[in-house]
Design a protein around this ligand. Sequence first.
Ligand code: KG4
Ligand code: ZN
Length: 336
Amino acid sequence: MKILGIESSCDETACSVVEDGKTVLSNIVASQIDEHRLYGGVVPEIASRRHAENIGWVTREALEKANCTLDDIDAVAVTYAPGLIGALLVGVSYAKGLALGAKKPLVPVHHIAGHIAANYLSHADLKPPYLCLVVSGGHSHIVEVLDYTKYRLVGRTRDDAAGECFDKVARTLGYEYPGGKFIDAAAKQGDPKAFDLPHPKVQGSEYDFSFSGLKTAVINLVHNASQKGEKIVPENMAASFQRTISDILSQKLMLAAENLGYKTIAVAGGVSANSGVRDKITAECEKRGYKLFLPELKYCGDNGAMIACQGYFDFLAGKRADMSLNAVATLSLENL
Ligand code: KG4
Ligand code: ZN
């Protein structure tokens, strides 16, 4: 069964054809990042306009690369939530048009469910139930993946998302937006023990995250140094920050796994590309004999293949949308 997956929730216009939820026949991603970088973050109005310009050729190219026409497609899957409302609307409207015109079923996909599903593309042996850490630019969750389409949120961030924290620290150190990958590269040249950064305390749920205290600690250290005419070595701060956030993410994930009895663990979302996060969680899982699944780097960030993959499982579960489908800016994974 071939699913066409469309993604436009933030700043990537993406389309992919995936067969049976695992074989990626094409995966086209048009990134707008060079334009948003000028403003230090994603500008929603610009994002919507670029999606509208790109979605046609991105979809045509995805079909061409997959050696398909719309006739060969069994269903059209599209990200409808959560994300920037104007950006989501472009993908949703386009997918509705395709589905109506080609008389194909339309499958609404949750963006975070898509990130989780990216792991199925790389690992045929991964099957629910398992525990997944989702760390992206907009979300930080610990999720029980009960089935391919059923989730329970056990932990979430109280303030910034992990990716947001990477990007803000990167900006403080003078790297361009989005700075996560620059922190990753700089950390390789620095001393991870140079700075002792705080592990913010969170009242209430022991699996919830808080990153604003960590971010503020970095900002204060950098500003205090500059006021004294001193300069912090950015590589050392990047390495210390990356070590600290990797420790925080890993500690909460391991605690949840132990208490909830999970021995199969996955990580998903843009920050799952981070080498420090990957290494730390790999080491902790090895220590405990847990089986760990990490997405391939090309499927960590936003892409259409993860949406087509999740669309396949949603299709099998009977999820369908009609022409009344709308974009939704905020929607919990638990309310699907
Ligand atoms: O999942 P994603 O592509 O988009 C959202 O759904 O938000 O995640 C984007 C986030 C950005 O904050 C970006 O800086 C971060 O993922 N990111 C990384 C790395 N690559 C991307 N953060 C740390 N290390 C990386 N290598
Ligand atoms: Zn994403």
